[in-house]
Design a protein around this ligand. Structure first.
Ligand code: HEM
Length: 461
């Protein structure tokens, strides 16, 4: 009897597996029958890469949207892809982690470190995200204000009376703030060594991935190794000192984090990478937009001066940064107009149906942030720089400068804080004029004013 029952159970399980399998087959073949989104794929292998990179990429995207609508296919950098420019579709792709995974070229993974947060999904990613968010949430970063202010003042002092390339100098500022958030007050001890290696690494980041002596890529890989060694040394010193640290490295090194030294190094380098050029690009655009909009500059200066006047003691505190609504709207509007991250990449992990179209497994999917931010459906007169539009909250999912969903930026509060602190001192103590050609955008890879915005900075009075 027992034998028959076992056989019956086995038969039933087999049957259900077969039924399930054929259902999946019917389902996926049904999906395969769906049409691909409209669009053109260009030449074999090269696809439309040349069209994309030989012009302003946003002109390329805008012309496609005009022709094919908000979801279209293309072929770039050797990959078939689907580009999406509706807020709902972007939200769908960025929130369905089980359908779309992050994707980067292998050379970039090697350079930053394969175990860095951006490249992962699931439990490992969630653990890292918890540790990063813990260090960068408002309650944690409020204590950084005096140290950020001191970094900002040092930078501004060194620019006084000089002709500077705004982007390069802002990179110096944001690099030092990133190190502060990672190493706390110890950052000053390692600043020069880390800077030297990181600058070589960054020069190789966008070079051809040819690992032969003499190439930028080779030098970058060597610098990457040296960075790991410096970080190993810092971790070993911390372990010997047996002190608690409330910075990112402390969070990564805590016993509960359960990370290896290699995983920590990859993520420290990853956070510097994510934090520096992004924030520096936004600051560069703010300097440009304020320079071009004297009435906005005047209003921001008045807001900052009123904070200065209301204080009995010198030095900003966290609460002061909460009294800067107008300056905060300037940051929001700059994030929208400049959209320094025009788009991001995901890859479909299985065939996905979206709005009656097939997104085939393995295809790249690009949510086009900039086109969402520049659509007249979402923002009236989108090309106009008008911070007052943020007096009213934007429509849901139409404003995503920090991404959305599983991989949304965990450093956004820190980025806004350091921008506010620098702007406080810039507008109350200095004036500036732009030098050289003032129009034009360069992409490298973030959208930037031409030549990094050369300016001359003067002390007020
Ligand atoms: C204004 C400056 C910044 C902008 C515009 C920005 C934008 C973004 C965006 C759009 C993403 C999501 C990318 C995607 O989904 O593919 C992202 C992710 C990330 N950002 Fe930022 N970011 C900024 C500053 C920072 C800062 C200051 C930090 C750290 C202190 C930081 C750390 C990160 C990290 C670690 C991720 C990866 C998160 C994950 O994969 O779970 N970012 N950022």
């Amino acid at each position: 009897m027992e034998f028959f029952t076992t056989m019956l159970c086995l038969f039933a399980s087999l049957l259900s597996i077969l039924v399930l399998n054929s259902l999946i087959k019917i389902f996926s073949s049904k999906r395969r029958d769906l049409p691909l989104p409209p669009g053109t794929m260009g030449w074999p292998y090269i696809g439309e890469t040349f069209q994309l990179y030989s012009q302003d990429p946003n002109v390329f995207f805008a012309s496609k949207i005009k022709r094919f609508g908000s979801i279209f296919k293309s072929h770039i950098l050797g990959c078939p892809c689907v580009m999406i420019s509706s807020p709902e579709a972007a939200k769908f792709v960025l929130n369905k982690a089980q359908l779309f995974k992050p994707t980067f070229p292998a050379s970039k993974e090697r350079m930053l470190g394969k175990q860095a947060i951006f490249f992962h999904q699931g439990e490992y990613h969630a653990n890292l995200r918890r540790l990063v968010l813990r260090t960068f949430m408002p309650e944690a970063i409020r204590s950084f204000v005096p140290a950020i202010e001191s970094i900002a003042l040092d930078c501004l002092n060194s620019w006084e009376g000089q002709s500077i390339t705004t982007f390069l100098e802002m990179k110096n500022f944001t690099f030092n703030v990133a190190l502060l958030s990672i190493f706390g007050k110890d950052e000053i001890l390692y600043r020069e060594d880390l800077k030297r290696c990181y600058y070589i690494l960054e020069r190789g980041y966008n070079s051809m991935p040819i690992n032969l002596p003499g190439t930028l890529f080779h030098k970058a890989m060597k610098a990457r190794k040296e960075l790991s060694q410096i970080l190993a040394q810092i971790m070993s010193t911390r372990r010997q000192m047996k002190q608690d640290h409330n910075d990112l490295l402390g969070s990564f090194m805590s016993e509960k984090a359960g990370l290896t030294d290699e995983q920590i190094a990859d993520n420290v380098i990853g956070v510097i990478f994510a934090a520096r050029d992004t924030t520096a690009s936004v600051l560069t655009w703010i300097v440009k937009y304020l320079g071009e909009n004297p009435s906005v500059l005047q209003a921001v200066t008045e807001e900052q001066e009123s904070i200065l006047k209301s204080k009995a003691e010198e030095g900003l505190i966290w609460e002061d940064t909460k009294k800067m609504p107008l300056t905060s709207r300037v940051i929001q509007e700059t994030l929208r107009v400049a959209s320094i991250l025009s788009f991001t990449f995901r890859e479909a992990v299985q065939d996905v149906e979206y709005e009656g179209y097939l997104i085939p497994k393995g295809w790249k999917v690009l949510p086009l942030f900039r086109n969402i931010h520049h659509s007249p459906d979402n923002f009236k007169e989108p090309e106009k720089f008008d911070p007052s539009r943020f007096e009213v909250a934007p429509k849901p999912n139409t404003f995503m400068p920090f991404g959305n969903g599983t991989h949304a930026c965990p450093g956004n509060e820190l980025a806004k804080l350091e921008i506010l602190v620098l702007l406080h001192h810039l507008t109350t103590k200095y004036r500036w004029c732009m030098e050289g050609a003032q129009n034009g955008i360069q992409y490298g890879p973030f959208a930037l004013p031409l030549n990094g915005l050369p300016i001359r900075l003067y002390p007020k009075k």
